[in-house]
Design a protein around this ligand. Structure first.
Ligand SMILES: [Zn+2]
Length: 95
């Protein structure tokens, strides 16, 4: 059966839905640096697809363009430590 290559792309509706869910979960801030997101919002894979990360919402996070680009410079273990650092800082500030 002929496959449309665009089938793999998220539609803008699906993207908007995921963005809404992530924003209500974490706030409309970059998950890595905590900056407020206005435009140029990226929906990042926390564990990259190339490392077996899934497409589910648990593995997705909102990110600014800068962090989305920068994270590829770090090995996964460093990135995990960095995530935990940022997350604890974020949650501490909410308590
Ligand atoms: Zn950021």
């Amino acid at each position: 059966m002929w496959k449309n290559p665009n089938n793999n792309k998220k539609t803008s509706e699906e993207r908007a839905k995921m963005l809404g869910e992530l924003a209500s979960k974490y706030g409309l801030v970059c998950w890595y640096c905590g900056f407020d997101l206005e435009d140029d919002i990226h929906i990042d894979h926390i564990i990259p697809k190339s490392k077996g990360g899934s497409h589910t919402i648990e593995n997705r996070a909102l990110s600014c363009k800068r962090c989305n680009m920068a994270k590829w410079n770090y090995p996964l273990e460093d990135l995990k430590a960095y995530h935990n650092h940022i997350r604890s800082r974020y949650y501490d500030s909410k308590i």
